[in-house]
Design a protein around this ligand. Structure first.
Ligand code: HEC
Ligand code: HEC
Ligand code: HEC
Ligand code: HEC
Ligand code: HEC
Length: 185
């Protein structure tokens, strides 16, 4: 028992330090997010509907989030992926053509779309998407029924809160590692 605590203590010290440093650095960023969220549907630069793409038109999650199965990040698709379908003369979006015009403007001016990030863990946490995809954990388990959602503005509270207890309880349930060092740098 004593040895376990020594090990936990040795893991904890650098982490606490990292948390303290990161905590002070991230505060202003969080306030910015809250400000944006109050603008409701304007919180994303383009009103991109997941339900239309992944629900109605059945485009696979990984057609756009193509790095999920091979890298730590699932990734947000570049505007080039959108233009494949939305270039001039192709799909102009019956329900919201003004938003599709914006996609073309970003593409023509070579500007990346400044999507606002929704799911994010602290910098001291390692979350590898590919390990979860390989183990057969569905996107929906952690992100909810995205194919039924319109414009994403916030985390799905029913799916998970991204806190340590949430990660660890699933790892316990599915027999995945609970070593401090697999999740913490
Ligand atoms: C046609 C491309 C496309 C498809 C298909 C797609 N997505 Fe996305 N996804 C995006 C774009 C663009 C964003 C960034 C804008 C936003 O947050 O809505 C995004 C954002 C997300 C986010 C939020 C990321 C963050 O933290 O900011 C999640 C979670 C997500 N997608 C999951 C899914 C899942 C699950 C599916 C399949 C059911 C899916 N996506 C299908 C393009 C796509
Ligand atoms: C594989 C083809 C495909 C890709 C890739 C794709 N879309 Fe679409 N998009 C569609 C279809 C189909 C529609 C619905 C068209 C309609 O109903 O007229 C649509 C509609 C839209 C609309 C209008 C909303 C609506 O309901 O009419 C927006 C905005 C949009 N897409 C943005 C994007 C963005 C941003 C990306 C890149 C992240 C993207 N699309 C990638 C096929 C695609
Ligand atoms: C076990 C839970 C879990 C599963 C399964 C999962 N995600 Fe995630 N996702 C997360 C967490 C946690 C984050 C935040 C990661 C970070 O900040 O490094 C995230 C972030 C994202 C993001 C934001 C951008 C990025 O690259 O991190 C997108 C997009 C996303 N997930 C899409 C998906 C898609 C698509 C799938 C299915 C192929 C999927 N996720 C499966 C938990 C999960
Ligand atoms: C819904 C279940 C679930 C949730 C939630 C979950 N994980 Fe996992 N995780 C798994 C499974 C299953 C594996 C794969 C284990 C394997 O490959 O043997 C895994 C593997 C991992 C690995 C690789 C472990 C190793 O042995 O190298 C890391 C790191 C990890 N998860 C971090 C996280 C973090 C951080 C969170 C929370 C932000 C999280 N996970 C949330 C189910 C989950
Ligand atoms: C399965 C992944 C996982 C494992 C295993 C894990 N952690 Fe964490 N830990 C997290 C996540 C996720 C957070 C929350 C980060 C955030 O809020 O963004 C966190 C946060 C923390 C924090 C900051 C305080 C807090 O609660 O936010 C400390 C300290 C910490 N972990 C220590 C440990 C120690 C010590 C161990 C081993 C006994 C451990 N962790 C094992 C994922 C994990």
């Amino acid at each position: 028992m004593k040895r376990l605590w020594l090990v936990a203590g040795a893991c904890l010290a650098p982490i606490l330090l990292a948390v303290a440093l990161i905590g002070s650095r991230q505060a202003p960023e969080d306030e910015g997010d809250t400000g944006m969220a109050e603008q409701g549907e304007l919180s994303q630069p383009i009103q991109f509907p997941h339900d239309t793409h992944a629900g109605q038109w059945l485009i696979d999650c990984q057609y756009c989030h193509f790095s999920a199965e091979r890298s730590v990040d699932a990734g947000i698709p570049p505007v080039a992926t959108c233009i494949g379908c939305h270039r001039e003369g192709a799909i102009s979006g019956r329900n919201n053509p003004a938003e599709v015009l914006k996609v073309r403007e970003y593409h023509d001016s070579g500007t990346p779309i400044p999507w606002r990030r929704i799911y994010k863990v602290s910098d001291h946490v390692n979350f590898p998407h590919f390990r979860h995809v390989a183990a057969g954990v569905e996107c929906q388990t952690c992100h909810g029924e995205v194919q039924e959602m319109g414009v994403l503005t916030e985390m799905d509270p029913a799916a998970g809160n991204l806190k340590m207890g949430w990660c660890v309880s699933c790892h316990l349930e599915r027999g995945a590692s609970r070593d401090c060092t697999v999740c913490h740098y």
